[in-house]
Design a protein around this ligand. Structure first.
Ligand code: G3P
Length: 198
């Protein structure tokens, strides 16, 4: 049990590194939470600090999710976890996303988890992740609104996992990740309904 707790704690801490906030603060000296949508994710970093910083933020947010799962794989290999491997890894993936969305480093109010979700699940459900990303780019032809495409990506990740008959842990935690992503887009959804989304 101790190994499970430590692994989950590490996943949470890795996820909670507020990449976008740190990058924009260090190189631009501004608080990204006071710009645009106020989000710390790569979309808003692009608005507030430009494309280069946005790409750096995106890379960092994807990588931290993947590293959390890699570390969990190590834990599974070297300790007696006593739990289904898929379930354990997918749980760590989800906890990393929780860390990003509710980072203690920013008063438990972080981002929306899109990039971290990609990184966290890419090693577990690569086909579902790449299908979601592909749809994201296809939708770019239809809408320039990032939040719509992000939310579609989250839901697609879960649906593909479900349809291809993936292990239970992957299905349940991609479902939770999709629901969390929609929940964290609450303000975007309200703006979409009002026709004010950027
Ligand atoms: O990745 C988050 C995106 O879906 C929306 O970001 O800054 O437009 O709220 P933002």
């Amino acid at each position: 049990l101790l190994a499970i707790v430590i692994s989950l704690a590490l996943s949470f801490i890795l996820g909670s590194i507020p990449s976008g906030y740190l990058i924009v603060k260090k190189f631009k000296g501004i608080d990204i939470r006071k710009v645009g949508s106020g989000n710390i994710g790569s979309t808003n970093v692009k608005r507030g600090a430009g494309k280069g910083f946005s790409i750096a933020t995106q890379a960092a947010d994807v990588i931290k999710g993947a590293v959390a799962v890699l570390v969990a794989m190590g834990f599974y290999k070297f300790f007696d976890i006593g739990m289904d491997r898929n379930f354990f890894l997918a749980m760590n993936a989800f906890v990393a996303i929780l860390g990003h969305d509710y980072t203690p480093f920013l008063g438990f109010n972080g981002g929306k988890g899109v990039n971290t979700t990609l990184g966290a699940f890419v090693l577990i459900e690569p086909i579902a992740v790449f299908t979601g990303v592909a749809l994201y780019f296809v939708l770019a032809k239809v809408t320039k609104i990032v939040s719509i495409r992000s939310m579609s990506l989250g839901v697609t990740l879960f649906l593909v996992t479900l349809i291809k008959g993936s292990p239970f842990g992957n299905v349940i935690f991609t479902l939770l990740a999709a629901l969390l992503m929609l929940y964290r887009h609450e303000e975007n959804i309200k703006r979409l309904i009002r026709g004010e989304e950027k």
